[in-house]
Design a protein around this ligand. Structure first.
Ligand code: MEV
Length: 313
């Protein structure tokens, strides 16, 4: 039996603008993971992929080409040089809420590709896994920047610019985030598509907002390198204002963000595609429990606390 996992993720700063070439910063969230378990099946049984969390049971030889997990599995097998289907059953499970900005689709695909590579006796190198998973991201995001597959496959915080190798980095001081789920599902493909339509209608206006987001990402990098956590909080707030101008926030997200700030968070913003899904709040060692309670009282379905910049146990 072979097991492989992949983390969820948050975008710290820069979502949406990253699709248009601006930088963004993302980090894995190991508190919530997708897992793939591969076992050998009877000779001639073929390759079955079961993902009950997303209601999926597929026989790889017969699966449609519009099924992202089938596409990514076939690509992985092709790359590994399989000329016939291996006799494997692969079970996929995920704790990561779907369509909520935490990279659930990319994490399922990453766990699947890792299990396939391990099953074939190959080391699942992050850059190769990321390239393969990018193909399935097209189904989830339409025009993905590649940030989700990259941060999830590498499993470390990254500075990311579309089309360039990611730069892993460690903040000078670890930071703590509360991640709160609004419970509203919002497929990234839809928000990315809406931003694209709005950009098509008025490119100069949207390019200007993307530039401003790009500046906040640079400022966030400086704050992280300087260990200036209060400055980072203010930058998250600025990024949220810019995301509101892109019309990807929502009353439910605004309410969670306001609750976090009132309870003492240093800054808060939506994370990922927006409209629904998760917000992140930057908290310090004293304010944490109060912010988490306030988020729950404001309707958060789940609150995860994660650290960025601590060595993973
Ligand atoms: C989704 O996690 C981040 C977006 O910028 C989409 C993408 O980069 O592909 C909204």
């Amino acid at each position: 039996m072979i097991q492989a996992t992949a983390p969820g993720k948050v975008i710290l700063v820069g979502e949406h603008a990253v699709v248009y070439g601006r930088p963004a910063i993302a980090a894995p969230v190991w508190q919530t993971v997708a897992t793939a378990t591969l076992v050998a099946g009877a000779p001639g049984s073929g390759c079955h992929i079961l993902a009950p969390d997303v209601g999926l049971s597929l026989h790889l030889a017969e699966a449609d080409n519009d099924e992202p997990l089938a596409v990514v599995a076939r690509l992985a097998l092709e790359r590994l040089g399989f000329d016939r289907m291996p006799d494997w059953q692969i079970d996929l499970h995920s704790e990561i809420p779907i369509a909520s900005g935490m990279g659930s689709g990319a994490a399922l695909s990453t766990a699947l590709v890792r299990a396939i590579m391990l099953g074939a006796g190959q080391e699942p190198k992050p850059a190769i896994v990321s390239d393969l998973v990018y193909e399935s991201e097209r189904f989830y995001h339409g025009t993905p920047s590649g940030i989700d597959n990259t941060v999830i496959a590498h499993g470390v915080p990254i500075w990311f610019v579309k089309g360039h190798p990611p730069q892993p980095f460690t903040p000078a001081r670890p930071i703590t985030l509360a991640i709160a789920d609004s419970g509203i599902r919002s497929p990234t493909k839809e928000t990315v598509g809406e931003v694209r339509r709005a950009w098509n209608a008025d490119p100069p206006r949207f390019e200007q907002i993307f530039d401003e987001i790009g500046h906040t990402v640079l400022a966030a990098r400086r704050a992280l390198e300087d260990g200036d956590v209060p400055a980072l909080g203010r930058i998250l707030d600025t990024n949220q204002t810019l995301l509101e101008r892109l019309a990807v926030s929502s009353p439910a997200l605004d309410a969670l963000i306001a609750a976090a700030r009132q309870a003492g968070a240093l800054g808060a913003k939506l994370s990922g595609g927006g409209r629904g899904g998760n917000i992140i709040a930057l908290i310090d060692e004293h304010g944490g429990p109060g912010v988490c309670d306030a988020l729950r009282a404001a309707g958060a379905r789940r609150v995860i606390v994660t650290q960025i910049g601590y060595a993973r146990a």
